[in-house]
Design a binder for this molecule. Sequence first.
Ligand SMILES: NC(=O)c1ccc[n+]([C@@H]2O[C@H](COP(=O)([O-])OP(=O)(O)OC[C@H]3O[C@@H](n4cnc5c(N)ncnc54)[C@H](O)[C@@H]3O)[C@@H](O)[C@H]2O)c1
Ligand SMILES: O=CCc1c[nH]cn1
Length: 485
Amino acid sequence: MTYDTQPNASHFVDGAYLEDAAGDPIDVVYPATGAVIARIHAATPAVIAKAVESGLRAQAEWAALSGRERGRVLTRAARIMRDRNRDLSVLETRDTGKPLSETLYVDATSAADALEYFGGLAGSLTGEHVQLGQDWVYTIREPLGLCVGIGAWNYPTQISCWKGAPALACGNAMIFKPSEETPLCALKVAEILVEAGAPAGLYNVVQGAGAVGAALVGHPDVAKVSLTGSVPTGRKVYAAAADGMKHVTMELGGKSPLLIFDDADPDDAVGGAILGNFYSSGQVCSNGTRVFVQRGIKEAFLARLAERLAQAKIGDPLDESVNFGPMVSARQREIVLGYIEKGKAEGARLVCGGSVIDGDGFYIQPTVFADVTDDMVIAREEIFGPVMAVLDFDDEAEAIARANNTPFGLSAGVFTRDLARGHRVIGQLRAGSCFINSYNDAPVEAPFGGVKMSGVGRENSKAAIHHYSQLKSVYVRMGRVEAPF
Ligand SMILES: NC(=O)c1ccc[n+]([C@@H]2O[C@H](COP(=O)([O-])OP(=O)(O)OC[C@H]3O[C@@H](n4cnc5c(N)ncnc54)[C@H](O)[C@@H]3O)[C@@H](O)[C@H]2O)c1
Ligand SMILES: O=CCc1c[nH]cn1
């Protein structure tokens, strides 16, 4: 089976595709060619009402199952996703422009990992017993209710399951709104969950841009909102959720530091910097885009890096030998180009790249700036494209202080052969997801998320359970009740 890029209808609600052509039209564009590959419509108030009503109904039914029964559905969905990995990967490539050489191994695969992991945990979500003399307290881990997930465009399938899998494992229902740039793959996730035995309405997908997201966040029947997106959107969504006293998870942007000491293995350090800047054409939230290189090895590092980047195979993302694709949209390419121009204007040294690649797709060369200083815009703002800023440093304390001098705190990495230094440095870096002699690994077993402006809460790992459930405590008196009067 190969998936058509034009879905049967725009939304997947109450177990079936649903259309309401009165919604604003959204064209889905293949980033490698600029061709329109599908047209869908944003959710109308009627679609949102049906998603909420069916979500509430399904949640009651789902929460009444045992955790083990819920887990069985999730693990079955994981198996179906793995069986259809190639078709899902091709669709993800068409939706995002990311090379098939990446999507085959990361996107549906990591989504299936999440379904499998949280499916496995579902049967062991228990409360506690606390003995208090003869009396006792017990706690029950309860679902929150109807959750809303809102996604960014860089990892649409992964994000839909990083949010959906823990939510469902805990007995919640979810309405997921993908990014309007990449609406296709979450529909397949919803279809697969129903095929695996999830009740109709448990995982609904509704389409649209910010206005639809805002309508979901503000809906009085929604108990929790999990957003993956930029800091400005995070601010708005967090504020709106606070108004309704809703639970939140905020997975936001970053400008993460990667510290390379002069004793680091040179090839590993260059490899880490490449993974932390050019994977998915630089459209990864946790990217280590401020690469601090100890002064003595800077020129050797830059020479090796330029050599390796010259080997990138840029082209048709559906060709499995290609490993560097386009930006997701013409708009994103313009934003990134604007930063490249700022870098040049501010006097950073362009080591390689710096231009668009002619053609209909939204390609930009992998770009490296050296001699970047902390005050330059390209060292301060998230670019979300293939632009690495290399900064020099002399000693450890200076590097740590400069690395922490940012409002963001998503990730941080260090390359050194001195493991004591590796742990010492990481211990002082203010970031949520950190790496020693590696970069950008995101297994489902590890908590993922940021500090400072990069977010609130954690996805993945057992930590996510705490963000999709709440504890009820019950005090049980075994003796008589003594009242003062
Ligand atoms: N920390 C993480 O896990 C993580 C992962 C991927 C991407 N990101 C971040 O996402 C950003 C790139 O993605 P983007 O451009 O799609 O982000 P964005 O903030 O523009 O949009 C994110 C989502 O929010 C929706 N939205 C916009 N306004 C809204 C509102 N007022 N209310 C509710 N929803 C609203 C959008 O439609 C989209 O679905 C980058 O900053 C990147 O770092 C973070
Ligand atoms: O884009 C952010 C999430 C992520 C990091 N690595 C893989 N996915």
